[in-house]
Ligand binder design. Structure first.
Ligand SMILES: Nc1ncnc2c1ncn2[C@@H]1O[C@H](COP(=O)(O)OP(=O)(O)OP(=O)(O)O)[C@@H](O)[C@H]1O
Ligand SMILES: [Mg+2]
Length: 239
């Protein structure tokens, strides 16, 4: 299980995570919050991409500060801009990259299987950079899943996708046997999730079921808008 213990982190003296303590045990966990609230930074601590200034992040008791390599192998990470995650010229090569070193026949079988499962089998020798946005996102997902991580952290994986590809990625994530931690601004994506965390100013300000979490977040944003003197969402009716 992933555990955060009093995690605090600052960039250039500006604190972006404030004393976050969490046990992440649930199968499907959502993380929502305003831009800049610290979601991506928190997500990056989960596989050691960010090591916090103080406090610790543990996977089954292993600290990301000391066991980054093993933890990165067990916790896969998918970014919203899939293009930045594509490293090899062709689709099949990109997927194979994650398991180089696996025994020949086995690696090939795993690549083929994962390409088929993600609707990319017909594109195996296609230049990866020419895939559509949705296909690139599926490729990024495939290239992470082929490494068989135990946990998948997805930082807004559908933000750049159209409605259809959003649904495809959502469906793919839902069907995974792995634990998933999903960051999103699309609140309806989290229906049926076991737990949703709301972040604000580097803290977890709500922790519960999807609907009350979304309500908490929306109320928070409306309060902010009112404080800033902006018209409430819904225009005249909201005044
Ligand atoms: N590498 C970095 N160096 C300096 N500041 C950073 C860095 N990464 C993030 N920050 C700052 O930390 C704060 C939190 O950023 P973070 O990306 O965690 O927010 P977020 O909740 O993911 O936002 P968004 O919804 O826009 O993705 C922001 O003010 C951001 O500018
Ligand atoms: Mg972010």
């Amino acid at each position: 299980m992933l555990q955060l213990r009093n995690v605090t982190h600052a960039y250039d003296g500006r604190t972006v995570l404030r004393d976050v303590t969490l046990d992440l045990a649930e199968h499907r966990i959502g993380l929502i919050g305003a831009n800049g609230s610290g979601k991506s930074t928190l997500a990056r601590t989960l596989n050691g991409l960010v090591v916090p200034d103080s406090g610790s992040v543990l996977l089954d008791g292993l600290d990301t500060r000391r066991h980054a390599k093993e933890i990165r192998r067990r916790v896969g990470f998918v970014f919203s801009d899939a293009a930045t995650q594509i490293l090899m010229p062709t689709v099949a090569e990109d997927v194979a990259l994650g398991i180089r070193g696996a025994r020949g026949g086995d690696a090939e079988r795993r690549v083929e299987e994962i390409l088929r499962r993600h609707g990319l089998a017909d594109h195996r020798d296609h230049p990866a950079h020419l895939l559509s946005g949705g296909q690139k996102q599926m490729l990024a997902l495939a290239s992470v899943l082929v490494t068989e991580p135990e946990i998948l952290v997805c930082d807004e994986p559908t933000t750049l996708l159209d409605l259809h590809n959003t649904k495809v990625v959502e469906r793919t994530l839902r069907a995974l046997p792995q634990q998933v931690v999903l960051l999103t601004h699309q609140l309806d994506t989290l229906a049926g999730f076991d737990r949703v965390l709301v972040m604000d100013g580097g803290r977890i300000v709500f922790d519960g079921a999807p609907e009350p979490a979304a309500a908490h977040y929306i109320a928070l944003m409306e309060r902010r808008a009112a404080e800033a003197g902006e018209p409430a969402a819904g225009g005249e009716a909201g005044r």
